[in-house]
Design a protein around this ligand. Structure first.
Ligand code: DQA
Length: 147
């Protein structure tokens, strides 16, 4: 199985950016943790981060036929990017939305996800472990799709 982990705007600043909310771990160190987990699960994993909506959309399109599942932290695009939502809807690759912080416990503009309706589900609030939970969830999801 091939899993793509996608991170949107400002997530390249993890570790430096509001550590009280997002934690002290860098994106690179989260990716290392996921790489080790993927090895244990015997799945292949790739990573992509962009601060640009169009680049994220291009990467989703390029995943067609190349990727079995997407873990997506779209950052603030979560709350208003109909274009990213439509890209996921177009490729129909199973996706899990994830967030480090609990978006439902924060400012009201973060309570809405326009992406959630085209995903399997949402994981939010477990810090860096949201990524780990999302990878496990995708692994189990793809496993049940196989039988
Ligand atoms: C975030 C939550 C978003 O509201 C915010 O804009 C981010 C990060 C999270 O991982 O908690 O950039 O997606």
């Amino acid at each position: 199985k091939r899993i793509l982990v996608m991170n949107g705007p400002n997530l390249n600043m993890l570790g430096v950016r509001e550590p009280g909310i997002y934690g002290k771990q860098s994106l690179q160190s989260i990716e290392e943790m996921l790489r080790a987990q993927a090895e244990k699960l015997s799945v292949s994993i790739t990573f992509y981060q962009s601060n640009h909506e169009g680049e994220l959309i291009d990467r989703i399109h390029a995943s067609l036929g190349e990727v079995d599942g997407i873990l997506l932290n779209a950052g603030a695009f979560t709350h208003y990017s109909y274009a990213i939502r439509d890209a996921l809807g177009a490729v129909k690759i199973p996706a899990i939305e994830l967030h480090l912080s609990n978006i439902h416990a924060r400012e009201s503009f973060r309570h809405t996800s326009v992406i959630a309706p085209v995903t399997i589900g949402q994981i939010s609030g477990f810090g860096a472990y949201s990524y780990e939970h999302a990878l496990n969830a995708m692994y189990r999801y793809l496993e049940t799709q196989d039988c």
